[in-house]
Write a protein that binds this ligand. Structure first.
Ligand SMILES: [Zn+2]
Length: 259
């Protein structure tokens, strides 16, 4: 298989604290030669940048995940903006909205989500959207903030409907699938994935969460396991895994402006 690009991995997670170098080495050995370490808080984003500084295979994203937004202070946003100007920081996130967990009031999530999208519009770096049980609100907010211009972003670990995926693509976003698309009970999600044009499709692990079938249940999930997700998406599109790898890596390099 050609090189793969894991567009969303929480490499700063404490589950990787003692094994991070081995996890990155195993990913590269499995063909996952590009990874984005995804921030969830200011401290986490700083750590992601440090990890990216330490490996030629890792880039970083800086942002405040919606479930942590109520804890974020204004200094935290200063640090995010500072990180976003640094080399190897290629995206803003993760951001988005979450109605499943009741950690953070929804209006506060929306304020922080808008801040991330506005920063993307200023810096031209893509933003990464976390969406859980709020498809209509995500599309409504993005439509409002787009001011009729194309946005630069990614719907991460997508589990929504084809209508939502198409609305997001019309707004300019790519659609990224994680391990859940491989689960036995996820036939509907595979049908959605099969309908995403190959030039708008991305892959990720969202590690350390939710390892793909047949490694489902393995903890922590890690970027090397993304080969299973790639095979599943290749099957859904009825193409060779090498072609799927080549196309999704090309898409990610274009989206994140990595040569
Ligand atoms: Zn994430």
């Amino acid at each position: 298989m050609d090189s793969l690009f894991d567009t969303h991995a929480h490499l700063d997670d404490e589950q990787f604290a003692d094994v991070r170098d081995e996890v990155i080495a195993r990913a590269v050995a499995a063909g996952v030669r590009y990874m984005i370490a995804m921030g969830t808080t200011a401290t986490s984003s700083q750590k992601c940048w440090e990890i990216a500084e330490g490996s030629p295979h890792v880039w970083a994203a800086a942002g405040i995940q919606p479930n942590y937004a109520h804890e974020a202070k204004l200094e935290d946003w200063d640090l995010i903006q500072d990180l976003v100007g640094r080399e190897r920081v290629v995206a803003i996130g993760e951001t988005g909205l979450d109605r499943y967990w009741d950690h953070c009031p929804f209006e506060i999530q929306e304020q922080w989500f808008e801040r991330h999208v506005r920063l993307s519009q200023q810096t031209h770096l893509p933003f990464i959207v976390h969406m859980r049980e709020c498809e209509a609100e995500i599309i409504k907010s993005l439509t409002r903030w787009s001011d009729g211009q194309l946005l630069n972003g990614v719907m991460h670990s997508f589990t929504g409907s084809l209508d939502t995926a198409e609305a997001a693509m019309d707004l300019g976003l790519d659609i990224s699938f994680a391990g859940m698309v491989t689960f036995k009970n996820a036939a509907n999600l595979r049908d959605v994935a099969a309908r995403i044009p190959l030039d708008r499709l991305l892959i990720e692990t969202d590690s350390p969460y939710l390892a793909p079938h047949p490694k489902r249940g393995q903890r922590p999930n890690e970027p090397a396991l993304m080969v299973h997700t790639a095979r599943c998406l290749a099957d859904a599109h009825q193409i060779d895994p090498s072609e799927l790898a080549r196309q999704t890596t090309r898409n990610a390099c274009r989206r994140f402006a990595i040569p």
